[in-house]
Design a protein around this ligand. Structure first.
Ligand SMILES: [Zn+2]
Length: 467
């Protein structure tokens, strides 16, 4: 069903009337507005551990009030006073359930000495905006607000409410995560038929736009602990039964184990579509992967860690601890194993598999962190059609690429709560130069404004009755 819908929809082209040339960019006044909001957000220190999001939430609320949004449609608050969120509702006719437009306003920490520029200044240089959060996720946050103000100014009358929520603590989750908190405490504020969020982006190769991703699923995060206890003793009289050796054996066996490769509806569509923009043997292999060929999966997985991670659940050793003195036999040896689990797998089945791989009763294998499973979002024809229409009109030749993220976003809370969530941005980034969370994070200037147009047009279609 999924595949069928995908194939049919991806063949559609063109908006009625179409967008072209100058229409790729928003009117100058709207570009200026988006820039101002973006700059204000980037220059507000909202690092996950050292910063706060409240300043941004309050500044956005003030801006909305000056743009004529009634105070009763704006809500600011959250789990604690440094971790506020802002939610605003733009009223439609109410013919359909609202759409939630989500972005997070916290960022990964960034140190001045690690960067070429000050990460908390928005610097425009060589056709890029530099700064922490320029791609993850303040571009989308700024654009949602700028577009909402534009709809209001233009008198746009959607057939459903549009809700923008800018939230705290996506990076690292924890007790102050805005989406989790809103679902538990203020669900009526964000209740929607579905949500649009980060988790899908445009992909460029050598400055050429090739694919616009729509994120439909995410892998699940889990940490598993291998732990060995031993009575220990004096290291001058060693015995074979050694905690470190037991652990080392388990890790060695893990290092040569791989979970079986499998496709789901999203990755099947992903590889099939990707084959269309790649070349030669690689393209032929991608097409074969889309058809389920194990040999082609082996070749593709061997070439690319990224594609390997889309084809299977992965578990890898990330941290070690053990021993208490240089001259004592170890009483403890332990390792953290980080797993990224396919939506069709469960943490329980992964645990059972790892116990078999470890094959040593001295090594206990337990779940330490299980971030919970969220179902993939259905490939709704209305969203896929609108997404392809706007993509085809703005960037002819760019494919619509259904994707599964191997990382996790706030979308998992919404999906688990029954609000399907779609990773949709329309900002294009170099596929081979992803800087989110790293140094010198950046966003192409043109890409930022084109994304503003993309999201403006897309949300407009999704909130207007279609023939
Ligand atoms: Zn993010």
């Amino acid at each position: 069903m999924f595949k069928l819908v995908c194939v049919i929809l991806l063949g559609l082209t063109g908006l009625s009337g179409g967008l072209s040339g100058a229409a790729l960019l928003p009117p100058e006044a709207d570009r200026k507005l988006a820039y101002e909001i973006y700059k204000e957000m980037i220059e507000s220190q909202s690092g996950f551990t050292t910063g706060e999001t409240t300043s941004i939430a309050k500044a956005v609320a003030e801006r909305l009030k000056s743009a004529g949004f009634p105070e009763s449609d704006i809500w600011v608050g959250g789990a604690k006073d440094t971790k506020y969120n802002v939610v605003v509702r733009y009223h439609g006719t109410g013919a359909r359930k609202p759409i939630l437009l989500l972005a997070h306003i916290d960022v990964v920490e960034a140190k001045r000495e690690d960067w070429s520029t000050d990460p908390f200044q928005l610097i425009e240089k060589d056709g890029y905006f530099y700064g922490r959060g320029t791609s993850d996720d303040k571009a989308q946050a700024a654009v949602w607000i700028a577009n909402l103000i534009r709809y209001k100014r233009e008198g746009f009358a959607p057939d459903r409410d549009l809700i923008v929520a800018l939230t705290a603590d996506e990076e690292g989750g924890g007790p102050y995560n805005g989406v989790d908190w809103l679902l538990k405490n203020k669900r009526d504020l964000i209740e929607a038929e579905y949500a649009l969020n980060e988790g899908g982006r445009g992909e460029s190769v050598d400055e050429k736009r090739v694919a616009n991703d729509v994120g439909l699923a995410e892998k699940t995060y889990a940490d598993i602990r291998f732990e060995v206890h031993n009575k220990g003793g004096h290291s001058s009289r060693p015995v074979a039964d050694n905690a470190i050796y037991h652990l080392a054996g388990a890790l060695y066996r893990l290092s040569s184990f791989s979970f079986p490769m499998q496709l789901n509806e999203v990755t099947r569509a992903y590889f099939g579509q990707l084959a269309k923009i790649e070349k030669g043997a690689f393209s032929a292999d991608l097409a074969l992967v889309g058809e389920g060929s194990q040999e082609a999966m082996n070749r593709i997985a061997a070439q690319s860690p990224g594609m390997n991670s889309m084809l299977r659940t992965t578990c890898v050793a990330t941290q070690l601890e053990g021993g208490h003195a240089p001259n004592a036999l170890p009483q403890l040896a332990a390792a953290n194993i980080n797993c990224r689990i396919l939506p069709d797998d469960t943490v329980e089945s992964v645990l059972a598999t790892l116990k078999k791989v470890v094959a040593d009763e001295n090594v206990s294998v337990t779940i330490k962190v299980d971030e919970g499973k969220a179902p993939a979002s259905p490939m709704r024809p209305d969203i896929m059609k609108a997404f392809s229409q706007v993509t085809d009109s703005m960037w002819p030749g760019v494919i619509t690429l259904p994707s599964m993220s191997t990382g996790a976003s706030d979308g998992r809370y919404l999906r688990a709560a029954g609000i399907p969530t779609y990773g949709i941005q329309g900002f294009f980034l170099d596929r081979n130069d992803v800087r989110a969370h790293g140094r010198d994070e950046r966003m192409g200037v043109e890409s930022f404004y084109e994304g503003q147009t993309f999201l403006y047009e897309l949300v407009k279609i999704l909130s207007t009755p279609q023939p």
